[in-house]
Design a protein around this ligand. Structure first.
Ligand SMILES: Cc1ncc(COP(=O)(O)O)c(C=O)c1O
Length: 430
């Protein structure tokens, strides 16, 4: 018997999560075991009310020009919810762009990012009429200039310039992007940034809407934003612009001890920082949240396949997914909580390591998990807060089909991305 350890904190679960009399978890008034029986496992379960709530919170905090960063998670149904919420969407590749366009999203509300946009991607963006292209390099300016000559458009192309403010955000180095030593954007300390601005200002085919920076992801210490705003305020004061976009990056609570900062509080901090740094009140300050919109809206449900107890060493609980549906633990040593959603309120005294089914010792989902003592083969097991950078980073490593994704709402479950089949895994082979 392990040490006592409380049940999962229900605040880590999506907004409509409820526990039935027998301890079963319901999301959107649908039982998780019913979802697992109908759609199989592993399964991403998104709480639609939660997603809508966060989209609207972002809109009321930052205004209708706030953009949802689709890299966190994208599918046609979610693109529809972003459209309904009346905000913009941020894409960072031709693939995300095409997904939004094919989903019927208004091109004029798309923000196109990327540090290495190809001529083909830029051509698609310009011919679709995307709202704004966020320019990341001098090479990109040259590419857009050439395309504008080859395919003249009646209106100037709206662009922003991505700046790197020289800030080391307090987060994992792989998701830190605001420091001068970065592949992204124009360092405000270099002579290239003003050169790039002047080149845009001197080209009638381009219109400079504003500036952008993004200091990193999973940020809890907001003072990095104040530092970044302070740094760019001095740079942008010489230019007449409409917008300053501060990127995304707000951290979300994955573990019991993580802070819980709302999008509203984040926006307040940002706006106050902008005032403090003397940014002209006419300049709209907006953002591109990804993780903070979708992360806590979803849980992943697995089935336990094997339990191996190694005496005096540890217990391994293997599930039917792993690093292919959630590579974050492997990439960033990210931590997750875990629980058994048919016994949601059970104490979790059993210390174990939750691993996947891939041929890698590093295929770890939760390094030091706590589960109910009676966790058994065949049980469902869930990890909360998996709505961001889980499915969107999923792979077919070891030819494991990607899970299906369901959105639940008011007692209904809608499968929005179907599970991959073995035939899908062969579809590219010639
Ligand atoms: C340019 C840009 N904007 C927004 C985001 C979204 O960040 P987050 O999901 O941390 O809010 C990212 C993430 O990498 C990004 O690169």
């Amino acid at each position: 018997m392990g040490k006592p350890n409380p049940p999962i904190d229900l605040k880590l679960l999506p907004m409509t999560a409820e526990v039935g009399e027998l301890g079963e978890l319901f999301i959107g008034s649908v039982g998780v075991s019913e979802l697992a029986s109908e759609f199989g496992t592993p399964l991403f379960v998104y709480d639609e009310a939660h997603v809508k709530h966060k989209l609207l919170e972002a809109k009321s905090a930052f205004g209708a020009n706030v953009a949802y960063a689709s890299k966190a998670f994208i599918c046609k149904y979610l693109v529809g919810l972003v459209h309904e919420a009346g905000i913009k969407i941020d894409v960072s590749t031709g693939g995300e762009l095409s997904h939004c366009l094919l989903s019927g999203f208004d091109p004029g509300r798309i923000v196109f990012h990327g540090n290495n946009k190809s001529s083909m991607e830029l051509t698609s963006a310009i011919s679709a009429g995307v709202g704004v292209i966020v320019i990341d390099s001098l090479d990109e300016i040259e590419r857009i200039e050439r395309l504008a000559i080859l395919n003249p458009v009646s209106e100037p192309i709206n662009v922003m310039l991505r700046l790197t403010p020289g800030i080391e955000a307090h987060t994992h180095e792989y998701i830190r992007t605001g420091q001068h030593d970065s592949k992204f954007g124009f360092s405000i300390n270099s002579e290239i940034a003003p050169m790039a601005v002047n080149r845009i200002l001197n080209n009638d085919a381009l219109k400079l809407l504003g500036f952008h920076f993004h200091i990193g992801s999973l940020i809890f210490k907001l003072d990095g934003y104040l530092e970044a705003i302070k740094a760019v305020a001095d740079f942008i004061k010489d230019y007449k612009i409409e917008q300053l976009v501060i990127g995304g990056g707000l951290g979300v609570r994955y573990l019991n001890d993580d802070p819980d900062i709302s999008i509203t509080a984040w926006a307040e901090y940002i706006k106050q920082s902008a005032r403090q740094c003397g940014i002209d009140e006419e300049i709209e300050i907006t953002a591109e949240p990804g993780r903070s919109i979708v992360a806590s809206a979803a849980i992943t449900v697995y089935t336990v396949g094997t339990i191996k107890k190694i005496k005096d060493i540890r217990t391994y609980v293997s599930v039917d997914g792993g690093m292919s549906d959630n590579p974050r633990p492997v990439l960033y040593s990210s931590g997750y909580e875990a629980f058994v959603p048919t016994r949601t309120l059970a104490d979790r005294p059993m210390k174990c390591r939750i691993v996947g089914k891939h041929c890698e010792s590093g295929d770890i989902l939760v390094n030091e998990a706590m589960l109910p003592e009676d966790t058994a083969v065949g049980d469902l097991l869930a990890t909360p807060v998996t709505g961001a950078y889980g499915y969107s980073m999923a792979s077919n490593y070891n030819k494991v089909p990607r899970p299906s994704v369901v959105f639940v709402h008011n007692g209904n479950a809608r499968e929005v991305v179907r599970r991959e089949t073995m035939q899908d895994l062969m579809r590219l082979d010639l």
